[in-house]
Design a protein around this ligand. Sequence first.
Ligand SMILES: [Zn+2]
Length: 392
Amino acid sequence: MAIPDDSRRIFKASVLNPIAPDRVDAYAPGYLTVAGGKIEQLTSDDPRPALRFAEYIDISHKTIMPGFVDTHVHLPQFAIMGIGSGELLSWLNTYTYPEEARFADPEYAAKISQQFFDALVANGTTTAVVYSSVHEEATDIAFCAARASGIRAFIGKVMMDRNSPDALLEETEQSISRSVRLFNKWDGAEEGRLRYIFTPRFAAACSMQLMKRVGEIALERGAFVQSHLSENRHEVEWVRRLFPSSPSYAAVYHGAGLLTERSIMAHCIHLAPDEIALLSRARTKVAFCPYSNRTLRSGTMPYQTLRDAGLNISLGTDVAGGPSLSMLEQMRETMTAAQIPWSEALYLATLAGAKALGLAGRIGNFERGKDADFVVVANDVVEEVYVRGRRV
Ligand SMILES: [Zn+2]
């Protein structure tokens, strides 16, 4: 279908277009033409002679980059962002679990969900992979808030059937049936912009029976799965004690069928070579959360080793382990933690996230035909955010 000229907009700015980890094309200036919510073209020549009726927006002194993809973030921890101290296991018990228990109250869940998606958008995140609380209703409410925001979101209710406080503990079958109902209701909604992602919290809070059922269901339905893997040394030891017959933490998930190309494992810090090989063979995706890892003193993910193993690594803010929803801040943390240039961090925050979600053909950079999801940045601050060409 031909798009009439008058619906076109041409943005003149510095434009950064991530192509590969070691290649981000910089246009200074570039002309980004948007039509019908999609990217029409990105050129270094002024296209106005050929597009006489397009609206022209000159923001030459600002930078346009693709909308950010946050591949690991906890909605029900938004209100405790920046609060708390200590390492993972005590932090969960002291700060996180009591806060997540509050999401049994739908009013509270609705209030925080709206604040959370507003804040994501304000930070330039146009696609997010989200952990909800254990509650079915609160997760339903989170999906409604995501829908209202207009961004892409993968959301899952966390599953916890052991080693969890009473207020959050579920029966195994209950956990499965709640998750499947949410999957049936939301996966693929809003023209595919909303996806359900099965979310067994982490191996220490899940029985093998639960994880195996999730593995079977995900395989049957081609569903996404997310969890945490090897974040903290005490956690790794605990998982070893809980699964004595399993050779490693990653092998626990592998045995349950949870390592697939549609699963995203956060952290992956203290992995042995055989675990890295397992992830690599399964083409499992890695969510790298350096700000959280530094804050909770979890350790530093061996970025080069995982990259050399061929793993797809994308970024996650891991709020509230990480104290900020800002992907720009996350990119700065990434440069230090992974010893990589800013351009590579930008790739991880955009196209790598799109690849993790099977969306590289739809979002992540400024290839023709992709959704016009982008941010305008000036002085290191996100000033404007566009979702499918519409300013939000
Ligand atoms: Zn997390």
